[in-house]
Design a protein around this ligand. Structure first.
Ligand code: ZN
Ligand code: ZN
Ligand code: FE
Length: 756
C-alpha cells in the first residue's frame, strides 16, 4: 500500500546541494514525488511503502549535505497521489528569499583531491569549489542566492562548467561560484604599486618571494592578508613596523595539523576546531623550543593558528613553509582591505608584492578567532565561517536593528526566532569602520529581508554608533545600558527567559549614573535590570588615557587607598613612574579634572599588571590583563576582601585588594605569585557575592559576560566554584564575551521592549 508524505524542512537548506541530496535519497529508497525550494526552506513529497518512507525520514537528517543546517522538519500524511517519478522542481524567482544563507566554507575533500590531481581539468585551479564548499556570504549582493546576484556574475560559464551546473546529480549542481581555468576567476602577481608582473605561475612566484623574506598581500576570501614567512624574524619584524602593529600577536597558517603540532600544543577539542568547515583561528599554547620567529607573538604563551581554507591558500602552503604569518590586510584598527585598487593605496607601503584575483569580495569578513575553555569552543572574534548563521531564540520576536557598542563592533538584526549577528567590524572609532557598519546594515537588511521597527544603540552619548542612531529619523530609537546588553546576550544564546543574576566584568561601559561601569552584578531579565553589586568607584586620571597607560590606574587605586603620603615613600615601584607625573595625576584627581569615576574590573587588572611590573603602557586593548593572566602562578592564597553592604547593594572594594597587592610588591613577593593571589581573590569574592545575592533575590541562575571572561583561568574557576555551590552557570560560547556581543543583547532588549 503506497503512502504519501509531505515534508517541510527549515534551516540552511538552499544553495548547499540539498535538492540533489533529497533526489538521490529518494531514488535509493525507491520513492517517487518531488522536491522544491520554498520561501521558508525546502518542501518535498515522497510516496512509497511504509518501511521505505520510515527509512528515508530516518536517514534524511543524518546524511544531509555538509553545509546544510536543519533547524526544523515537519511531516504531514496525505492520501496517495500515484507519482511515477521523482523530480527536482525548478525554483521560481522570489521563492528562495527568506531561506538562510550559508556562510563561506572551506574547500571540501572532493575538491581538494581534484585540486592536486594532474588528470583533473581543475588541476591546481585556485578557485575550485562545489555545492559543498566555497565562498557564499562574501560574494552575495542580493537574494535569491543565484549567480547573477553574486560577484561571479561577470564570469560566463564554459560548456563543461554549465553542464555540471545544470545536472542535478553533479556535485556542482547550482554551485553559484562554479568556474574553471577557461572560464572562472584568475590570479596574478603584482608589484607594490599594483603593476601586473605578468608571471605565468604567480602563486609559485609569490611563494618564492615569501621564502626570501618578502611581504606579500594575498587577496583571500573575506579580505586581504599580509603574509610573511613565519620562520624569519627579520621579515616578521619588518611587517610589524610597517603595519603599525607593534605587539599584538600575528595569526599563523600552516598546511596541516602535523605542521602546526611542530610548534604548538594541540588537544582534541582544538584539533576538531582547527579542522572544522569554518576554519577559524584557534588560540593554542606554544610548544617549548619551537622555531617560529619570536616576533610573531612576543611576551605571549600562545599562538593563533589556522589551516588553509581556500584552494589558493592550499596552493600557497604547498610550498615548504612551516607556517606563514597571515594577518589582516589593514593598518592598525582600520577595516581589512578587500578591493584591488583600494588595497594598493592602503597596503602599498606595507607589501612588497600583491597576489591579486578578480573575483570581487562584496562583503569583507575577517578570520574568526576562537579558543577552548572548559572543553568548549568560545568565540573571541566571530566572523568568516560563522556569519550569517543566526542565534536561534526561544521564541519569535519583533524585527529590530541594533548597532552594538564601540570596540569590537557588530550589528544585529532580528527576524522571527532568529538573531543575526553580523561579522566583526573592528573598533568604531574612525570613518572607515563606520562606513563598513552602514554597508553591513544595508547588506544584511537586504539579504535577510528584515524591516526593523526599532533602532537600538548604547547608552554612551559619545559613541559613533549612538550618534548614527540619533542622526536618523527613519526609526524610533532605544538606548540600552552596556552591561545589561552583555547579560542579555548571554541569556539569549542559552535561551533563558526569567530573571537571572548577571555578572558583567569588562573594561568600559557607560552607566545609567554617567559613571564608567565595568565590575557589575545585575539582577536582569530581557526588559529591565537592577544594579545589585559593583566595585566601588575610583577616578580614571586622564580618562581614555588611563586605559592606554595602566600605571595611571595604579596611581589612582593607591591614592584612593592610602592617600597622598604613600607617594612620598622612596619605593622602586613608584620611582619608575616619575614623581612629577604622579603629582600631576594626583592634582587631576583631587580637582576631579578629566577623571571620570569607574567601577571597571578591567582597569583593576591593568593596575595590578602595572604595579607588579608586567606592563605600564599597552599597545592593544586588554594587553596588560592578558599578560597578567599569562604570568600567573596558580595558588590557593588570596587577599582579604569584604562584601560591604550599602543600602540594598553590595559594594566591593578594589582599593582594599589593591593595597594588599601593593604590600606584597613592596615586600618582594614574586609577580607570578601576586598575580595568582589576585586571580584567586576575584574568583572567591565574585563567587561569594553571587551566592549571597542569589539567596537574597531567590535566583538560581548566574549569567557571565564581559571581556574579562576571556581570561580562561577566571572563567573556568568561577564556573566551577559557582557550580559547586549548586547554581546554574551560563557563559558565552557562540557569541564573544567581549563587546562583540553587545548588539545581540541590545536587539533582544529592544524586541522585548517593543513587545511590551
Ligand atoms: Zn567542494
Ligand atoms: Zn569552466
Ligand atoms: Fe563590554
Amino acid at each position: 500500500m503506497a503512502q504519501r508524505l509531505r515534508v517541510h524542512i527549515q534551516g540552511i537548506v538552499q544553495g548547499v546541494g540539498f535538492r540533489p541530496f533529497i533526489y538521490q535519497l529518494a531514488h535509493r529508497h525507491r520513492l517517487n514525488g518531488y522536491v522544491a525550494n520554498t520561501p521558508k526552506g525546502v518542501e518535498l513529497e515522497v510516496e512509497g511503502g511504509r518501511d521505505a518512507l520510515h527509512h528515508f525520514l530516518e536517514e534524511l537528517p543524518e546524511s544531509a549535505p555538509p553545509l546544510a543546517n536543519i533547524t526544523q522538519i515537519e511531516t504531514e500524511e496525505l492520501p496517495a497521489a500515484a507519482y511515477s517519478t521523482f523530480e527536482i522542481k525548478a525554483s521560481q524567482e522570489g521563492e528562495e528569499r527568506a531561506a538562510l544563507i550559508s556562510p563561506d566554507t572551506t574547500t571540501c575533500s572532493d575538491c581538494l583531491r581534484e585540486l592536486f590531481d594532474p588528470q583533473d581539468r581543475r588541476h591546481l585551479y585556485p578557485f575550485i569549489n562545489c555545492t559543498n564548499c566555497g565562498p557564499r556570504y562574501t560574494i552575495i549582493n542580493d537574494i535569491p542566492y543565484d549567480r547573477p546576484k553574486t560577484s561571479m556574475a561577470v564570469f560566463t560559464m564554459c560548456d563543461d562548467c554549465a553542464r555540471e551546473y545544470h545536472d542535478p546529480l553533479d556535485r556542482r549542481f547550482h554551485a553559484q561560484p562554479n568556474g574553471c581555468w577557461s572560464c572562472g576567476p584568475r590570479v596574478w602577481l603584482a608589484d607594490s604599486k599594483g603593476e601586473d608582473l605578468k608571471i605565468s605561475e604567480p602563486i609559485s612566484e609569490a611563494a618564492k618571494h615569501l621564502s626570501h623574506g618578502a611581504i606579500v598581500a594575498v587577496k583571500g576570501l573575506g579580505g586581504f592578508h599580509l603574509a610573511v614567512d613565519a620562520s624569519q624574524n627579520e621579515a616578521v619584524k619588518r611587517l610589524r613596523s610597517r603595519k603599525g602593529r607593534e605587539e599584538k600577536p600575528l595569526a599563523l597558517m600552516s598546511s596541516s595539523l602535523e605542521q602546526i603540532e611542530r610548534y604548538a600544543l594541540v588537544k582534541d577539542e582544538e584539533r576538531r576546531l582547527l579542522t572544522c568547515a569554518q576554519r577559524p583561528i584557534v588560540i593554542v599554547p606554544k610548544r617549548p623550543g619551537n622555531t617560529i620567529a619570536p616576533e610573531v607573538a612576543p611576551r605571549n604563551r600562545y599562538f593563533g593558528v589556522m589551516l588553509p581554507y581556500t584552494p589558493l591558500h592550499y596552493l600557497l602552503l604547498s610550498h615548504p613553509f612551516l607556517a606563514l604569518v597571515m594577518t589582516s590586510g589593514n593598518i592598525s584598527e582600520e577595516p581589512i582591505a578587500i578591493d584591488n585598487l583600494e588595497s594598493v593605496e592602503r597596503l602599498g607601503q606595507i607589501a612588497d608584492y600583491f597576489l591579486f584575483h578578480d573575483r570581487d569580495i562584496l562583503l569583507r569578513s575577517d578570520d574568526s578567532i576562537l579558543r577552548v575553555a572548559r572543553g568548549r569552543p568560545r568565540q573571541i572574534r566571530r566572523s568568516r565561517g560563522y556569519v550569517p548563521v543566526p542565534v536561534f531564540l526561544r521564541k519569535p520576536v519583533a524585527e529590530v536593528l541594533a548597532l552594538g557598542g564601540e570596540l569590537k563592533g557588530t550589528i544585529c538584526l532580528t527576524k522571527e526566532n532568529r538573531a543575526f549577528v553580523g561579522q566583526h567590524l573592528g573598533d568604531l572609532e574612525n570613518l572607515e569602520t563606520l562606513e563598513f557598519l552602514e554597508l553591513t546594515v544595508r547588506h544584511l537588511r537586504r539579504i535577510l529581508e528584515v524591516n526593523p521597527r526599532l533602532l537600538v544603540h548604547d547608552l554612551h552619548p559619545d559613541y559613533l554608533t549612538t550618534q548614527v542612531a540619533l542622526a536618523q529619523d527613519e526609526l524610533p530609537t532605544l538606548a540600552v545600558q552596556h552591561h545589561h546588553a552583555h547579560v542579555v546576550s548571554c541569556m539569549a544564546e542559552h535561551g533563558l527567559e526569567d530573571k537571572v543574576l548577571g555578572l558583567a566584568l569588562d573594561g568600559t561601559g557607560y552607566g545609567d549614573d554617567g559613571c564608567i561601569w565595568g565590575g557589575e552584578i545585575l539582577v536582569a531579565d530581557e526588559r529591565n535590570y537592577e544594579r545589585v553589586a559593583h566595585f566601588d568607584y575610583v577616578p580614571m586620571p586622564g580618562g581614555e588615557k588611563a586605559i592606554k597607560e595602566p600605571w595611571r590606574m595604579a596611581v589612582a587605586y593607591l591614592w584612593a587607598g592610602f592617600g597622598e603620603e604613600i607617594f612620598q615613600k622612596d619605593l622602586p615601584v613608584l620611582q619608575s613612574w616619575g614623581r612629577d607625573q604622579i603629582t600631576v595625576l594626583i592634582q587631576m584627581m583631587r580637582r576631579g579634572f578629566n577623571s571620570p569615576l569607574t567601577s571597571s574590573c578591567g582597569r583593576l587588572f591593568d593596575a595590578v599588571a602595572a604595579l607588579i611590573g608586567v606592563r605600564d603602557r599597552i599597545a592593544y586593548e586588554g594587553q596588560a590583563a592578558i599578560e597578567l593572566e599569562q604570568c600567573m602562578e596558580p595558588t590557593t592564597d588570596k587577599y582579604h576582601y569584604e562584601l560591604g553592604e550599602v543600602g540594598d547593594r553590595l559594594l566591593l572594594s578594589p582599593t582594599a585588594i589593591f593595597a594588599q597587592v601593593f604590600d606584597d610588591v613592596v615586600s618582594g613577593v614574586a609577580p607570578e605569585l601576586v598575580s595568582g593571589k589576585f586571580h584567586q581573590t576575584l574568583i572567591t569574592m565574585f563567587a561569594d557575592a553571587c551566592l549571597q545575592l542569589c539567596k537574597l533575590h531567590g535566583l538560581n541562575r548566574v549569567v557571565c559576560s564581559g571581556g574579562v571572561f576571556q581570561n580562561v583561568f577566571l572563567l573556568e574557576n568561577l564556573e566551577d566554584r559557582l557550580g559547586a555551590s549548586g547554581l546554574e552557570v551560563y557563559t558565552p560560547q557562540l557569541i564573544p564575551a567581549n563587546d562583540g556581543c553587545i548588539s545581540l543583547g541590545q536587539a533582544i532588549v529592544g524586541a522585548a521592549t517593543l513587545e511590551e
